[in-house]
Design a protein around this ligand. Structure first.
Ligand SMILES: [Fe+2]
Length: 435
């Protein structure tokens, strides 16, 4: 494509990219319009999904009042589990089936939104639980038709669940994370109201902000869509296609907004003018990675999150060890950028420039180091742990971490260059400590 030589055709590579654009509403106070939005979508009897902590926050109260003011009925299901499981999905789907609802509203993080998606699916088209679950765990059966309308109202940012047709859960019997993925699960409308972020603790804002940053930069530096093998037939073109000119636009702006605002959003919790651009950046990056896909830092993050033994960070419930998602991603990111930048240095410089770095006269072979240095500087200024050693890992864990990350081939093939086990070993070693 003449727009950017990065997308020049490769032999056998794909010839087109698609754009899946979610329907979204963004603005301070937008939650007060949810009743009118529900009415416009034809809802009369609504199931509202939330978790016990969010249920006590102002956002749920605002939404319930807006629904009632529009003359509609609502029943609240406040038992969403924060890491949903097949058991909690089944319980919430039973609530949906028995209630005879004609519309769904979710208020909360990814867990609440994903639980509402699954409940809507099983109430609309009842089937064995495993029928719609991704293979190889489930049968990956196609959803037979459209679902009931669903309005997703995030009270956090970064997951972008309001933009996607994906519902993630833990399959308890297998101890594995899997999901249900189909375009029909995409919410009819996402309502992003930055005032809902005002209760988020500073470390959560930092972790989510860096998750957004990494979504954006991984999408920008992903293998170009034109270098992925063309699908046998057009309907087999994947949702996550590799970097493309459309996701570039959204991701470049998301990087700029995170770079400009994350420190202030972490240090000044009452300043909505810092949190508002982060929520918008999360939305943009969600649209970007929803079409392009992430790569190595996310592949590594699943191993980092899965093998944690006793790290309990401030800002999260202390009842179990956790490396929060955004943290488990960004701890790997500088090590990856340093190494894979040689595959597309101009894209790493573009990310660094969007982040505020002076890239004039920087040679191509310094692009990865420059971007990594800027990310590390921002990690330090926002009190992010100093590498994997600060969340309890040592060099003795590198083999297990490498095995976990190497299993994430779906993400690794989206890297700008092929990634071997030895590469991953090197990245984990480099990510142990940054300053
Ligand atoms: Fe992420």
């Amino acid at each position: 494509m003449a727009l950017d030589p990065y997308f020049d055709p490769a032999p056998g590579g794909d010839i087109a990219f698609t754009v899946e654009a979610p329907k979204l509403k963004f603005g301070i106070g937008a939650l007060r319009e949810v009743g009118a939005d529900a009415k416009a979508l034809g809802m009369t009897r609504i199931a509202l999904y939330t978790d016990p902590r969010v249920a006590k926050l102002e956002a749920v109260d605002t939404v319930v009042k807006a629904i009632r003011a529009a003359g509609l009925n609502v029943e609240v299901f406040d038992r969403v589990e924060v890491e949903p499981t097949d058991r909690s999905f089944k319980a919430s789907a039973a609530f949906a089936r028995e209630g005879g609802f004609d519309g769904y509203i979710s208020v909360g993080g990814g867990s609440a939104m994903d639980t509402a998606k699954a409940s809507n699916l099983y109430a609309s088209y009842p089937a064995d639980f495993l029928a719609y679950v991704n293979a190889p765990v489930g049968e990956a059966r196609r959803v037979p038709g459209p679902l009931r309308p669903h309005i997703a109202c995030p009270t956090t940012f970064g997951t972008a669940s309001e933009c996607t047709g994906i519902a993630i859960f833990d399959m308890l019997a297998m101890g594995a994370k899997t999901g249900i993925a189909h375009g029909a699960l995409r919410p009819s409308l996402g309502v992003l109201d930055p005032s809902a972020l005002m209760t988020l603790p500073a470390p959560v804002v930092a972790a989510n902000g860096f998750d957004v940053f990494s979504h954006a930069i991984e999408s920008l530096t992903a293998r170009p869509y034109s270098h992925r093998m063309a699908p046998e037939t057009p309907d087999k073109r994947p949702l996550l296609q590799g970097s493309n000119p459309y996701s570039d636009l959204a991701c470049t702006e998301a990087i700029r907004l995170v770079g400009e605002n994350i420190e202030r959003a972490v240090k000044e919790p009452n300043d909505i003018t810092a949190r508002e651009p982060l929520m918008f950046a999360g939305m943009l990056a969600g649209i970007g990675f929803g079409n392009a896909g992430c790569h190595v830092p996310h592949a590594m993050s699943y191993a980092v999150a899965g093998l944690v033994e006793d790290y309990r960070p401030e800002g999260w419930p202390a009842d179990h060890a956790i490396v929060p998602h955004g943290m488990s991603v960004i701890l790997n990111a500088p090590a990856v950028f340093r190494s894979v930048a040689s595959a597309c240095p101009e894209r790493h410089l573009r990310a660094a420039a969007a982040f505020g770095a002076d890239v004039r006269n920087v040679p191509a072979d310094r692009a990865g180091e420059l971007l990594a240095a800027h990310v590390i500087d921002l990690m330090r200024r926002t009190d992010v742990p100093n590498g994997l050693s600060a969340v309890g890992y040592t060099e003795a864990d590198i083999d297990a971490l490498t095995d976990g990350a190497f299993a994430q081939q779906r993400l690794l093939v989206n890297s700008p260059r092929p990634i071997s086990r030895d590469d991953l070993r090197g990245f984990f070693k480099d990510a142990m400590r940054y300053w």
